[in-house]
Write a protein that binds this ligand. Structure first.
Ligand SMILES: [Zn+2]
Length: 70
């Protein structure tokens, strides 16, 4: 592993990049330890639907970005 670049994160709903300054939703599948999925907060409906479908099977984290951060 090398380089300090932040890997581009794409929204699982609209496939567009989630910019570093945008808050996002992180959906983690607790069952199979699958990969995390990321969503724009505005695309979060899909994430919430998945959580509702499988209560307790997903961990949904909302990451807030500090507007004043540095
Ligand atoms: Zn999106």
């Amino acid at each position: 592993m090398s380089g300090g670049r932040t890997k581009a994160i794409r929204c699982a709903a609209c496939q567009k990049r989630i910019r570093a300054h945008e808050p996002d939703l992180i959906l983690q599948d607790l069952d199979g330890g699958g990969p995390q999925k990321f969503f724009h907060t505005r695309c979060g409906g899909a994430a919430y639907a998945a959580v509702t479908e499988k209560l307790g099977g997903y961990l949904l984290t909302v990451r807030h970005v500090e507007a004043e951060a540095n």
